[in-house]
Design a binder for this molecule. Structure first.
Ligand SMILES: [Zn+2]
Length: 179
């Protein structure tokens, strides 16, 4: 499963890393831009920080799977391909951790790009149904199944990390049972 997921994560990372998104003031007439001490359009620092954090995380996992032996990627989104290649030689625990990370990145990048419907295609860890909706205020996926509740009686809700972990572990189980 690693390749498709990493490919989707890399594609979304490339989009997020594009100058248009990192410098949102571009395209706005100069007189409407906020004053800046540099001639460049201001960077979206939240997005830059987001990209740095995700890039560093992929590098860390890839290093762990290759004893630190990785080249510097030519383009930042190349780290996803490097990480996928490293999966083949990793031990099972490392591989699972990296796969969960890749799947979480795929979901996080999609949500960051505004494609919040990405969670609708995932099964709810509570009831197993396809009824998840993105709740922006909580930054969580909420289950719309009326019978799927937390012990407090509110709708079950899940972080993207939880959805990613469930998906990878379920897929591994099916894969093992199929062989
Ligand atoms: Zn549910």
């Amino acid at each position: 499963m690693g390749q498709d997921i990493a490919g989707a994560a890399a594609k979304a990372f490339r989009l997020l890393n594009s100058p248009e998104l990192r410098q949102p003031a571009r395209g706005i007439p100069a007189e409407r831009r906020s004053p800046s001490t540099t001639p460049q359009a201001p960077l979206d620092l939240g997005l830059v920080d987001y990209l740095d954090r995700h890039y560093d995380e992929v590098i860390t996992h890839t290093r762990a799977m290759t004893d630190g032996n990785i080249p510097v990627p030519r383009q930042r989104d190349d780290v996803y391909e490097m990480c996928t290649e490293a999966l083949g030689n990793a031990d099972q625990a490392q591989r699972l951790q990296a796969q969960v990370m890749l799947e979480r990145h795929r979901l996080e990048h999609a949500v960051r790009l505004g494609d919040v419907n990405v969670v609708c295609k995932e099964f709810c860890p509570g009831c197993g149904c396809l009824g998840l909706m993105w709740a922006p205020a909580a930054q969580r996926a909420r289950c719309t199944n009326k019978r799927c509740r937390t012990p407090d009686g509110v709708a079950s809700n899940w972080t993207l990390a939880r959805l990613a972990a469930q998906k990878v572990h379920q897929t591994e189980k099916w894969r093992r049972n199929a062989t």
